[in-house]
Write a protein that binds this ligand. Structure first.
Ligand SMILES: Nc1nc2c(ncn2[C@@H]2O[C@H](COP(=O)(O)OP(=O)(O)OP(=O)(O)O)[C@@H](O)[C@H]2O)c(=O)[nH]1
Ligand SMILES: [Ca+2]
Length: 492
């Protein structure tokens, strides 16, 4: 019958001001912590934001739509590719003689984008067009035509409901650097020190980008790009070889001496071709013979080793004013780390079934030699569904890729095994477009984004401990600190 202990609790526990105070504070603290924990760690109803990038390449244009959680707009969002659309027809540089058609060619994909991006997001969704080597070459050849193509393309894109941010030519350095950002962002390597190098093979240019401990940019500043991303400093080596995309190299190889009987094309292959289409590029115009017939017959004789010699003839391995070069007198530090090889690297090696780099390089070469020596009629029978334009060129393209990697960039059988031929990473295409958009929308901060003070579990355990302490205090506090006035007030 202790009048002041637990007994009194059940009679009237609320008469101690301290008890009420602690109870109120406890409830507020728990509600506050739970609210923060939920907000910080559990997204509200997911709303997404979008970005659209058009990759106006030399051989074709592709549109990519990216999305990310709206409440994570501030740089910690996981931006993902949600849709892509391959524009029908050639690259925009092919419309030099009829620029309007360049703009019209984009309309189908832009209409598709209007269906994929929720209409309430249309006007806030940034839309970019970046052009690469095809337009670089047109700009060299005929800058007026290049401007007219961009004018037509911009007018066309301004008609879309999106927030058009402009159409421009990317430098080769940007193309290489943003391809590296994409690969490492998607592979979650930007929060680590060890990054993945990027190898991009297009139709008119090819890029190599990687971080090398041996490279501080001093020997060849033009090949150096510095990034500070998520609190890490990266000094990237990058180079873009204009005219060394596979389509332009094919022209250079064909314009060489005695190339009409071509070891890079299958025995039995014979096509009449027009010298004009061969020489109408700044990459080969210097090789154009003074007088040449309008047409020639391109005949294949399918020999990988002779093809390799022909392909090597488009490289210059003699001049190098640096401590070490790749080719054509371009500085290149020692290769380092794993590499992701994408675009035409993937299209070609995937077709040839040579993407498994655990296979020794010598075996890859032997497999390609067997493929190149297969007669054209057999090749066509074995691959009925493949576009003949692509099918005819795989022997050449595969030989070019191996020559570029081993003779050009000095990949050995050991470093070759560290290359991964990739089309996508976690559902997003490898290429410069994602890196380009991340950069322009500032979605990769220089500093590491704030991580929640405590992980979700941390919050739960803190709440539990506080709740227990408060409960104990509550119970203890029920013993009156001041003598309860148990007797009736004396009426004086
Ligand atoms: N086999 C095959 N080849 C393709 C495919 N798409 C493109 N190519 C060819 O691969 C080469 C490079 O294609 P892309 O990577 O799109 O090159 P691009 O972006 O147009 O060219 P650049 O402006 O130099 O980057 C070109 O010769 C294309 O014709 C494909 O799906 N399959
Ligand atoms: Ca490209």
């Amino acid at each position: 019958n202790d009048q002041t202990g637990l007994y009194s609790v059940f009679r009237n526990p609320w008469h101690t001001p301290l008890t009420i105070f602690i109870a109120v504070v406890g409830v507020i603290a728990i509600v506050a912590l739970v609210t923060v924990a939920v907000l910080q760690n559990k997204p509200l109803i997911p709303k997404y934001k979008y970005g659209i990038v058009l990759d106006a390449g030399s051989s074709h244009t592709a549109m990519y739509i990216y999305e990310w959680p709206a409440e994570k707009d501030n740089n910690t969002g996981r931006v993902e590719q949600t849709h892509s659309c391959k524009v029908k027809g050639p690259g925009i540089s092919s419309y030099a003689s009829d620029p309007k058609k360049a703009g019209q060619s984009l309309q189908v994909c832009m209409k598709e984008a209007e269906r994929f991006v929720p209409s309430e997001r249309h006007e806030e969704t940034p839309l970019y067009l970046g052009a690469t080597a095809g337009m670089r070459l047109l700009n060299i050849e005929n800058s007026t035509a290049s401007d007219q193509v961009f004018q037509a393309v911009s007018e066309s894109l301004q008609k879309s409901p999106f927030s058009f941010q402009g159409a421009r030519i990317l430098s080769g350095q940007e193309e290489g650097a943003f391809g590296w950002v994409t690969v490492n962002y998607l592979d979650d390597r930007l929060k680590q020190v060890c990054t993945t190098g990027a190898l991009d093979l297009g139709g008119a240019s090819t890029q190599i980008s990687f971080v090398s401990d041996a490279f501080d940019g001093s020997e060849s500043p033009n090949n150096s790009v510095n990034f500070r991303l998520y609190g890490n400093d990266y000094n990237l080596y990058t180079h873009s070889f204009l005219c060394y995309g596979k389509d332009q190299v094919l022209r250079m190889a064909l314009s060489g001496p005695g190339s009409i009987s071509d070891p890079c094309f299958h025995n039995g292959y014979s096509e009449s071709k027009n010298y004009m289409t061969l020489y109408n590029s700044p990459c080969v115009s210097k090789r154009k013979p003074v007088s040449s017939p309008a047409d020639f017959t391109h005949v294949g004789k399918g020999n990988f080793y002779q093809c390799q010699e022909l392909v090597k003839s488009v490289f210059d391995f003699t001049q190098c004013k640096y401590t070490q070069c790749s080719f054509n007198g371009v500085y290149q530090p020692t290769l380092q780390g794993p590499f992701g090889a994408f675009s035409a690297y993937y299209f070609v090696m995937n077709f040839l079934n040579l993407t498994d780099t655990s296979v020794p390089l010598q075996s890859v070469k032997e497999a390609l030699a067997r493929y190149c020596s297969t007669p054209w009629e057999t090749i066509k029978k074995q691959h009925p569904g493949i576009k003949l334009k692509y099918l005819a060129e795989y022997c050449f393209s595969g030989t070019y890729i191996l020559t570029l990697l081993t003779e050009g960039y000095n990949f050995t059988s050991e470093t070759f095994s560290k290359i991964r031929f990739i089309k996508q990473i976690k559902g997003s295409d490898a290429g410069w477009t994602l890196g380009y958009m991340l950069n322009l929308t500032n979605m990769i901060p220089a500093e590491a984004p704030d991580t929640p003070l405590l992980p979700h579990a941390g919050y739960v355990s803190v709440i539990t401990v506080i709740a227990l302490v408060l409960f104990l205090l509550f119970v203890l506090s029920l013993r009156p600190l001041w003598p309860r006035c148990s007797q009736k007030p004396q009426i004086v």
